[in-house]
Design a binder for this molecule. Sequence first.
Ligand code: NAD
Length: 290
Amino acid sequence: MKIGFIGLGNMGAPMAANLVKAGHEVTGFDLVAPCPEGVSKADSAADAAAGQEVVITMLPNGDILRSVAAEIIPAMDKGALFLDCSTVDVESARAVAHDAEAAGLLAADAPVSGGIGGAQAGTLTFMAGGSDAAFEKARPLFDIMGQKAVHCGPSGNGQAAKICNNMILGATMLVTCEAFALADKLGLDRQKMFDVVSTSSGYSWTMNAYTPAPGVGATSPADNDYKPGFAAELMLKDLRLSQQAAEAADAETPIGARATELYRQFVESEGGKGMDFSAVLPWLAGKSRG
Ligand code: NAD
């Protein structure tokens, strides 16, 4: 397939490289980042999009997605697929898909989970929103860049699934870390707490597969000085998107709101920026109630 790829950062570059490895012809554009080996460099986003069967975007946020979309939609061939894999707000995803479809394109939002490691290994999970035709056209590319793709419904539903998942993840990480901090103050050994909780009803992915305590449970960023992994500021971004969506939909999300506030504090004023999102454990463990 002839593919345009716009946004070749931490995630986009390895995803584009995997498409090249699988034999696709990829033309890339990024304002700053270089093209990975095998990707031809275009001079603009519109140039990267013109004449392609599929154009993939992997961009930082909804405003940038909207501005790139305004530039590339008129340049794309009718019937081509606009596949946005960025994590953005549901409204931007729906607006961009609407404009693309009005211009005779197929459109899907397909944010990912799995991080930079998953992008490199081609083991991402895609959660997709859009028509059946758009999903079917994207499927062979999902199979190359990922290990699983779920069609979640119409446009925007991929983003909806992503922020619901990450709201659970953020809140679960916080409560797992505060439980370790409480255990410390109660004189309960962290390893003993892990042994109990990881096989009891408090178990979770954060406890069992991404244990936030160094030297305990699964090997995780905690064992590497809390270097990300999944950076706290990216968790904050996703939590903010969840609260923006909750407000727009009039959904009551008190735990999501509190998790957003705690990650905001941690990232903006408590040294969390650049740390893995599990580094809330040393932060909370070092605090007292007052
Ligand atoms: P990144 O900042 O490394 O990459 C984004 C790239 O977009 C940058 O290279 C930037 O130069 C480029 N860009 C910005 N504006 C542009 C424009 N107008 N035209 C062309 N290029 C432009 O970010 P990333 O980590 O690759 O993340 C990309 C998306 O994936 C984000 O939405 C993020 O939330 C999501 N995501 C990231 C991870 C992760 O672990 N990094 C995991 C899941 C999802």
